[in-house]
Write a protein that binds this ligand. Structure first.
Ligand SMILES: *[C@@H]1O[C@H](CO)[C@@H](O)[C@H](O)[C@H]1NC(C)=O
Ligand SMILES: *[C@@H]1O[C@H](CO)[C@@H](O)[C@H](O)[C@H]1NC(C)=O
Ligand SMILES: *[C@@H]1O[C@H](CO)[C@@H](O)[C@H](O)[C@H]1NC(C)=O
Length: 432
């Protein structure tokens, strides 16, 4: 068994080997997918699981192609969504630059309904805030969000000239050395996770997604009724973000009655749709990050035999006992830095981090589906979860559609379940 000390000694060696190795030397090798790995972050247990799934994905695609049902999508033509740290600094800045471009383009949503939507970026926030119930019911949590993020990625590419794809953050991107194979390495993980503030994602430098918010003493964290502990305690931020590419971002929609922020200017409309220009507020929060670490994601993937189990564990239902971070990955991921608008379930896409989190969930869903595509591709959670998430049971899933209104055309829900050929082949991407 490896000790903490030997794991730490090994890390630089591994790093050196990986940096020098000709990639790919892994599950992606048999296709032509370009694999780029940041040597600072050795593969975590979920990455390894994903690589080990590649033969199943190849078999699934071969079958689809043979049946003529792949809509021209192949693993060779698939777009590749990458982890933030695996992207070059130039690519990261191209991404944040494209978001800043959307923030300057005129909105297309109805100005009377959404006087607070000041730009194209806000069009997406406006949709989410008025459709939160549908977007989060059991039929739509995964599929509708897949489509929503894809439409956002499309807007970045087509309206702002972004040449990449939506980045993802993996369960614990800021914890070099995580290989959750034994207890020592879990501890190794925890040690590094103490410092999300200095991570490439949130350290506030020019190639990050911006930094922490300044200390807002009235911000105590995010209440978690029914769980023990019953709060994701503040990580020491809560106020305006002053560093990085979104330090000048103007947030306008919201807050709504569900906001977790404190000392926020009130929206002139009671439903939050009015114009309310203010700064982006964050709390970079280790207590939230810990609830989304790779060993939890791996447990979710490896132990969920059916969709109900997967869904419940993802949402933290029932709350795990004797767990200092019992939030469930969905909640945990939402609060890794969220305050305003990120911490408001209605306006959460108002923080660009939202797209990383839902892309991350999309990746986990895909890895889970691909363990057994025949039985899992179209699986939906149908059992009561006792969650605040709305349950839609009366609807026949085969007839259900996803209507994104001003964001994009109506498509069948079943199309949103297949990222390799769904939506007439418009969905054609993988996670590396
Ligand atoms: C930003 O931080 C990352 C992670 O620490 C580092 O790799 C990178 O060089 C920094 N970039 C700039 C422009 O400061
Ligand atoms: C993953 O699941 C399999 C099958 O249930 C089980 O045998 C195995 O021990 C699990 N792996 C880990 C690391 O928990
Ligand atoms: C839902 O609540 C009921 C009654 O409290 C309980 O018996 C059941 O186990 C709960 N289900 C889940 C999935 O937590």
């Amino acid at each position: 068994m490896m000790t903490v000390g030997s794991a730490l000694l090994l890390l630089p060696l591994l790093t050196g080997v990986r940096a020098a190795a000709v990639l790919p030397s892994n599950g992606y090798a048999s296709s032509k997918i370009e694999v780029v790995r940041n040597p600072v972050y050795p593969l975590d247990v979920v990455d390894k699981f994903a690589e080990a799934t590649m033969p199943k994905i190849e078999a699934y695609m071969a079958k689809k192609i043979a049946a003529g049902k792949n809509n021209k999508c192949t693993l060779e033509t698939a777009a590749v969504r990458r982890e933030w740290s695996d992207m070059s600094e130039a690519q990261r800045q191209e991404y944040t630059g494209a978001i800043n471009c959307l923030l300057k383009l005129p909105p297309k949503s109805d100005k009377k309904k959404f006087p607070g939507a000041l730009n194209r970026y806000d069009d997406f926030v406006a949709f989410h805030m008025t459709h939160a119930m549908q977007l989060h019911d059991n039929l739509n949590l995964f599929g509708a969000h897949k489509y929503y993020v894809w439409l956002f990625e499309k807007a970045l590419r087509e309206e702002c000239g972004y040449t990449g794809y939506q980045p993802v953050w993996k369960s614990q991107p800021m914890s070099p050395g995580t290989v959750a194979d034994n207890l020592q390495q879990y501890m190794n993980y925890d040690r590094y996770a103490d410092d999300p503030w200095n991570s490439p994602l949130l350290n506030g430098n020019a190639s990050s997604l911006g930094g922490n918010g300044v200390l807002e003493p009235t911000y105590k964290g995010v209440a978690q009724p029914g769980r023990t502990p019953n709060i994701i305690a503040s990580g020491g931020g809560g106020g305006c973000v002053k560093a990085g590419p979104f330090s000048d971002m103007v947030v306008s929609l919201g807050p709504t009655s569900m906001s977790t922020g404190t000392n926020l200017p009130k929206n002139p409309r009671s439903d939050g749709t009015g114009s309310n220009p203010r700064c982006l507020r964050r709390d970079v929060n280790k207590n939230a990050f810990m609830g989304a670490r790779a060993d939890r994601a791996f447990h979710l993937l490896n132990n969920s035999k059916d969709m109900d189990t997967f869904y419940n564990e993802l949402l933290g239902t029932p709350p795990p006992k004797n767990d200092p971070y019992p939030w469930g990955i969905h909640t945990a991921g939402h609060y890794v830095a969220a305050v305003d608008p990120g911490g408001d379930p209605f306006t959460s896409p108002g923080d660009p981090l939202f797209y990383f989190h839902h892309t991350s969930l999309d990746r986990l869903w895909w890895i889970w589906q691909m363990q057994d595509p025949t039985n899992r591709l179209h699986a939906l959670p149908l059992v009561d979860t006792n969650m605040t998430m709305p349950m839609k049971r009366a609807v026949d899933p085969n007839k259900a559609t996803v209507n994104m209104e001003w964001l994009g055309p109506v498509i069948k829900l079943s199309e949103t379940h297949d990222q390799l050929g769904g939506n007439g082949g418009a969905f054609c991407y993988i996670y590396v």
